[in-house]
Ligand binder design. Structure first.
Ligand code: NDP
Ligand code: X2W
Length: 398
């Protein structure tokens, strides 16, 4: 096995120039039983890609939760990312199939406690942990693995704002400066070069994707933005809570977090960045009796002289080359069921009956574009792979 002890080298695979294979990761470079000792000797591009197969070693922290399990589902078809570490808290020591029977066919290591994890054996980590936990975990890690954090721990640039809205001290304020906000379509170039990405919340994703381009081009008024948003119950995580029992959430809907939901500062930060000018919003989330899906219905005032056609054209031109954000045909209503299980965001804009006002509708799957799908899109970019790798799932319908 001496030949397996490779030195660290860059694999030149054209469109994936950034990926570096680390010393000690040779086992994953086996091609039909033989170790590849010299990247220079390889001519054929297909063979190069085969060599990369599952060569990026990925850790999923919080694998026993909803977003963790969604990452595992998505990575099953990823050609380059292989899961080598999974953690859990109460469920540490269990196999993924015993916790999530729908994943029983996957050949994966058992979940372990974070304190027992060896981070020197991973190239990248998805942190699917409750707020506050990632800050503590990342602080203790040697720099090396790229990290995509799905919690809100690094989303707010202003640490005081974090402490105010999350009601707890920030556990890694010094790292906050290094974190890049992971709204892929808006901050793609920054994400590409980041080592720590703060993946956006699900509501903020569905809201910023339509509003940022309209604000940037001064097409809507910065005052009086009203957001009525609705989420499936998986948005609340898998932990048992009385408020999420079937009897509490079925056969009805209810608002929560009225005026004080912790996504308000995140939404306002992103919208304010679009024009370097303070934007405030009225935001009311609602819980819907469905397991996944999210809709944001957004009421805006158009800027002087701007028409619905202008808003529509701006959204179309912003997203015409984007694979995962689709502006529907004029008049077509976005439905959550049409993006279920996929990384798509579907958008459209409608004239309000009050002159000068417009209604924007945006739908995503909270667990995919609102969490694990966007996280994978970001890690693909950070590792130098095409950002749609492993994400080309069509929506699940009906
Ligand atoms: N659900 C969603 O739609 C979205 C969620 N997010 C964010 O992603 C993160 C994960 O969410 P989600 O998957 O829904 O949450 P879940 O509650 O479903 O899962 C949480 C995971 O973290 C583990 N965990 C809990 N406490 C600790 C701890 N103290 N130390 C180590 N591990 C711990 C749990 O382990 P065990 O089960 O073994 O106890 C579980 O694996 C959260 O920050 C959430 O806000 C972001 C966007 C959307
Ligand atoms: C239905 C539900 O409870 N949803 C969660 C949001 C989940 C999410 O996207 O956001 P974070 O990553 O910021 O937790 C909530 O309102 O707190």
């Amino acid at each position: 096995m001496g030949s397996l002890k490779l030195q660290s080298f860059s694999v030149d695979v054209g469109c994936f120039p950034k990926f570096r294979v680390k010393k000690g990761n040779a086992r994953s470079l086996l091609v039909r039983g033989s170790a590849v000792s010299s990247p220079q000797s390889v001519q054929d591009a297909d063979l190069k890609v085969q060599k990369l197969k599952k060569a990026v070693r990925v850790g999923v922290l919080g694998a026993s939760g909803y977003t963790g399990s969604e990452i595992i589902r998505l990575l099953a078809n990823h050609p380059y990312f292989g899961i080598t570490l999974m953690t859990a808290d109460r469920k540490a020591g269990q196999s993924i199939g015993s916790v999530f029977p729908h994943l029983i066919t996957q050949d994966l290591p058992d979940m372990i406690a974070i304190k027992d994890a060896d981070f020197s054996n991973v190239d990248a980590v998805f942190c699917c942990l409750p707020h506050g936990t990632t800050q503590e975990v990342i602080k203790g890690l040697p720099k090396g693995p790229k990290i995509v954090d799905l919690s809100a721990d690094f989303r707010l640039r202003n640490v005081d704002e974090y402490e105010k809205w999350y009601g707890q001290p920030h556990g890694a304020a010094e790292l906050q400066k290094e974190a890049i906000y992971g709204l892929t379509e808006i901050l793609r170039e920054e994400i590409r070069n980041a080592w720590l990405v703060a993946n956006p919340g699900c509501y903020p994703t569905s809201i910023q994707l339509p509003l940022v381009p309209l604000i940037k081009e001064r097409l809507i008024s910065l005052e009086n933005i009203i957001i009525d948003a609705k989420s499936g119950v998986s948005g609340a995580g898998r932990g048992a809570k009385e408020a999420n029992l079937y009897t509490e959430v079925s056969e009805g809907i209810h608002a929560y977090g009225i005026t004080n939901h912790r996504h308000v500062p995140e939404i306002e930060q992103g919208l304010s960045d679009a024009l370097q000018c303070k934007v405030t919003v009225s935001f009311t989330p609602h819980l819907m009796p469905m397991s996944r899906g999210m809709q944001s219905t957004i009421y805006v005032k158009m800027a002087q002289g701007v028409t619905i056609k202008d808003l529509y054209q701006q959204l179309v031109s912003t997203y015409e080359d984007e694979e995962f954000v689709k502006v529907l045909e004029k008049g077509a209503v976005p439905h959550t069921r049409n993006v279920r299980g996929s990384n798509y965001c579907f958008l459209n804009v409608f004239p309000d009956r009050i002159p000068g006002r417009a209604i924007i509708i945006s739908v995503i799957d909270n667990l995919v574009k609102g969490a694990s799908g966007q996280a994978l899109q970001n890690l693909n970019l950070m590792m130098g792979f095409p950002e749609n790798t492993g994400l080309q799932y069509q929506p699940l319908f009906p």
